[in-house]
Design a binder for this molecule. Structure first.
Ligand SMILES: Cc1cc2nc3c(=O)[nH]c(=O)nc-3n(C[C@H](O)[C@H](O)[C@H](O)COP(=O)(O)O)c2cc1C
Length: 368
């Protein structure tokens, strides 16, 4: 299987399966001299880990990170950083029972066919949402690097879950609230509505989709390598690599198709010596380059496919149609757990571009 590496100069390789021994990441190209310890990674992983609330899967994993290489005396050395978490709360029985009955909406059938049945199907194997812990491990390093060198901050939140949409909040409210509620919503009020909807839907054996919005602040002008390395295409690529993502839009996105030029253009003005735009319909990226305004993009997640409702599938042994109620522990919506994943994925792309542009140097300071 290839396709496990992303980035050009700040590279992430991810490995592991849902019910294998470990899930982890190797980060190559991180500058030397970044203060880093396991708590830096753990604090991000804790926001994604399962079993934390009534609106997520009840699989209980500690997700305790171990840094295996690349850090010495509390600082990155410039060598590859290998990080992993161990899978402990595994229950593969339901997957053994389902080996010949692929779940509609999941990757079971295509994975089995493409890899000749050699794929690890337990818990969705390589196609499990658990692989996103690796995005977070690498992204946590990227986030810290961006914060300490450029003051970049990345903030994501659940904009919409099951049609319940957050309206009328600002970024400071979202920053403060998003990890204070189980829905990862920008306000406590909408979080309560989202939570009620999730619980009600799960009670009916069903699941929900939604939208994660992500904002990156203080991104310097000029990140991106047009044409094929444009900042928006790289962000879209990593977002679409997150399982269950079905769409990405920047700024006014699809709604811009219904606007006129005068409505959609972002007009310039001087703010002291800085040139800014009065609106941000472009989402902070023009011509594939960051323009100094906040980067704003939205990621669409489909409803989680593993549901406790009766669905039709095929039995690959008997070649007959059968009814399936997916057993096991699953997220009734992946959106809340995907919020830190989108945040960290965004940081990975921004860090890669900042390293490529030479804005982040290969060595940060000098050891005393
Ligand atoms: C954080 C996270 C958790 C997920 N948890 C589940 C889950 O519990 N049950 C499920 O069916 N899918 C879950 N998924 C989605 C599946 O992994 C995904 O739908 C599947 O691999 C098929 O890929 P695709 O939807 O991108 O085509 C999760 C995704 C993410 C990002």
């Amino acid at each position: 299987m290839s396709g496990n590496v992303i980035g050009e100069r700040f590279l992430l390789l991810i490995f592991g399966e849902s019910h294998g021994k470990v899930v982890g990441a190797v980060l190559d190209g991180c500058p030397a001299g970044l203060g880093l310890n396991e708590d830096d990674i753990q604090s991000e992983l804790d926001l994604r880990k399962p079993g934390q609330s009534i609106v997520t899967t009840q699989r209980m994993e500690e997700d305790r990170v171990e840094i295996m290489s690349g850090v010495f005396n509390g600082h990155t050395t410039g060598a590859p950083i290998m990080m992993l978490i161990r899978n402990t709360d595994k229950d593969s029985r339901s997957y053994e029972a389902m080996v010949n009955s692929p779940r509609p909406g999941h990757a079971d059938l295509v994975a089995k066919m493409k890899y000749g049945g050699f794929n690890d199907y337990r818990g969705g194997g390589r196609f499990s949402g658990r692989t996103t812990a690796s995005f977070v491990m690498g992204g946590a390093v990227a986030k810290k690097l961006l914060r300490e060198t450029l003051g970049v901050e990345v903030i994501a939140y659940s904009l919409e879950i099951g049609g319940v949409r957050a309206e009328g909040f600002d970024i400071d409210t979202a920053r403060k609230n998003r990890y204070m509620n189980e829905a990862r919503a920008p306000t406590a009020e909408v979080a309560e509505q989202m939570k009620r909807k999730i619980i009600e839907t799960r009670g009916k054996g069903n699941s929900l989709g939604g939208i994660v919005e992500c904002v990156a602040l203080n991104v310097p002008l000029g990140l991106g390598e047009p044409i094929f390395g444009s900042l928006d295409s790289d962000l879209a690529r990593i977002a679409l690599s997150i399982p269950a993502v079905k769409g990405v839009e920047f700024g006014s996105g699809f709604a811009s198709t219904r606007l006129t030029g005068t409505e959609n253009n972002d007009e310039y003005y001087y703010d002291g010596d800085e040139i800014r735009t009065r609106t941000n319909n472009t989402g902070g990226i023009l011509g594939g380059l960051s323009n100094g305004m906040p980067i704003v993009y939205r990621v669409a997640f489909k409803p989680a496919s593993s549901i406790a409702s009766k669905q039709t599938t095929v039995d690959l042994a008997t070649r007959k149609e059968i009814e399936l109620i997916v057993p096991g522990r699953h997220d009734p919506t992946v959106v809340p757990r995907a919020v830190p994943v989108v945040e960290n994925a965004t940081a990975l792309v921004l860090a890669d571009h900042a390293v490529r542009a030479g804005i982040i140097p290969p060595i940060l300071g000098k050891r005393q």
